[in-house]
Each structure stands twice: as C-alpha cells, then as structure tokens.
Design a protein around this ligand. Structure first.
Ligand SMILES: Nc1nc2c(ncn2[C@@H]2O[C@H](COP(=O)(O)OP(=O)(O)OP(=O)(O)O)[C@@H](O)[C@H]2O)c(=O)[nH]1
Ligand SMILES: [Zn+2]
Length: 231
C-alpha cells in the first residue's frame, strides 16, 4: 500500500480499514492542516453512509415543514446523501485520492511550471454552502514532472471536503511537496464564499485570497515571477 508519491486508483473504493489507516498515516492525520476526522471515519462504507445521511436529511426537511410525499421532494434526501458521499465530500475518502502520473524530467526543464485558473468548487465547513474560485499552482521540478491534469485533480480532491480556505491551500501544497519530492511549491487560491455573499453579510463583491509558498518560492524574485504569471 505504500504510495511512493503516487496514489490509489480513483475507482478503488474497497480498501480495508488497515489500508485506509495506512493512507491516513501518510496524510499526517492529527496535525493542524488535516481535516478533523473521527477515529471511526472509515468504518462505514459509502452505501451505509448514504442511507444514514438520507434518513437524517429527511428529518431536517420534515422539521422545516416540508411534505416528503410530494413527488418533487420525496427523492431529495437520497439525492443529497448521494451527492455528499459520492461528489461534494468524496475527498474525505482517501480511496478517492487521484492516481498520479509522474515522469522523469528528461528534458531538463528547470524553470517553474505554473498551472493557473484551476476551477475550484468546495464547501465551507462552517455553513456547508459552496466556495467557488480559482487555484493557481507552481512548482520547480527536482527531477520529476507531474501530468498536468493531475494538478487539477489534486485541487479537486482536497476541495471535495468541508473546508476552510486556509487549510485547503496548505493541504494542496503539502500533497504537491510529497508527490514531487520538492519544497519548491506555491499555491494561491482566490475564492468567493457563498456564506459571505449569499447570506449573513451578503457581500457579493469580496473574495478571499490565500497563499502558501515554500522552498524557492519564499525568495522574492521567484515569488514575483509566479505572481506576474497570474496577472
Ligand atoms: N477563516 C475562515 N473563515 C471562514 C471561512 N469560510 C467561512 N468562514 C467564516 O467562518 C465564520 C463563522 O463565524 P460565526 O460567527 O460562528 O458564524 P455566523 O454567525 O454565521 O457568522 P456570519 O457569517 O458573520 O453571519 C464566519 O465569519 C465565516 O465568514 C474560511 O475559509 N476561512
Ligand atoms: Zn461559511
């Protein structure tokens, strides 16, 4: 199960508890940048989770006064539960971690590579409403090159959890550092939080920018070059 910088097949949902725990060990569960998970987080399979969430969501809807015998509402609890487990919070399950393709840097490309404007959909862990934005990633190869789409997939995997933007930014950066075996990594996220724009203060103009720089990106010239590409 040792990953050596790569990860599991996204379609592999049948890991044993021990295998999941192995993976979590690699994700440094318990440190501040990790998603707080219960010790029994992986004891239930997806189908059981969907059943339980649907039951509870039905109760929420009924408590709100909705008539679940209505044909437009009756399928909603199951629909929401499936969406939570299989889509918007699927990044809580390490079995869904994207499989990463690495190549040797045979062509000796030694400048930074920037993948910018990566579409980001996440959900705020305080209100469970969407966070919508862009992620920008850069790294300098230490010998390995990553398949471009895998950068987008890593963003998506960590975004598909209940999140705060600060932690999401750090989780993406840490994953890249591990996979690419380098500290020369930068991640910037610019996102709108619907908990700020659609409710509460209802500010539709503000957005939140977070950044994580390490290695060479702590140096002004390298950071400035990266930021220049984002303009
Ligand atoms: N730091 C940080 N805060 C966030 C993020 N997403 C949402 N929040 C904030 O989390 C806070 C939760 O604060 P509370 O005062 O408990 O929640 P609330 O009463 O709904 O607050 P209001 O949104 O001001 O109405 C709010 O200020 C949100 O704007 C995030 O990614 N990072
Ligand atoms: Zn929120």
């Amino acid at each position: 199960m040792k990953q050596n910088g790569t990860a599991l097949n996204t379609t592999d949902n049948n890991l044993s508890l021990t295998e999941l725990e192995d993976l979590l060990g690699e994700q440094h569960i318990g440190t501040s940048y990790d998603t707080p998970l219960r010790a029994d987080a992986f004891e239930l399979g997806d189908q059981d989770k969907i059943k339980i969430i649907a039951r509870h969501f039905k109760e929420i809807m009924e408590t709100l006064g909705l008539d679940l015998t209505d044909d437009s509402l009756s399928g909603t609890p199951g629909r929401v539960a499936k969406m939570f487990v299989k889509e918007v919070f699927s990044g809580l399950n390490p079995a869904n971690k994207p499989q990463i393709t690495l190549f040797d840097n045979k062509y000796q490309y030694n400048q930074m590579l920037v993948e910018k404007n990566i579409t980001l959909y996440s959900n705020c862990e305080h209100h469970f409403v969407p966070i919508i934005g862009k992620a920008h990633i850069a790294y300098i190869s230490s010998g390995k090159v990553i398949g471009l789409s895998k950068l987008n997939r890593i963003v998506q995997y960590y975004a598909q959890r209940p999140q705060v933007q600060e932690r999401l930014t750090i989780q993406i950066a840490n994953e890249l550092k591990t996979i690419l075996e380098t500290d020369d990594v930068a991640v910037v996220i610019d996102a709108v939080h619907l908990c700020v724009s659609s409710r509460g203060i209802k500010d539709i103009n503000s957005s939140t920018v977070t950044a994580e720089y390490s290695g060479a990106f702590l140096e002004k010239a390298t950071k400035d070059e990266f930021l220049q590409y984002l303009r």
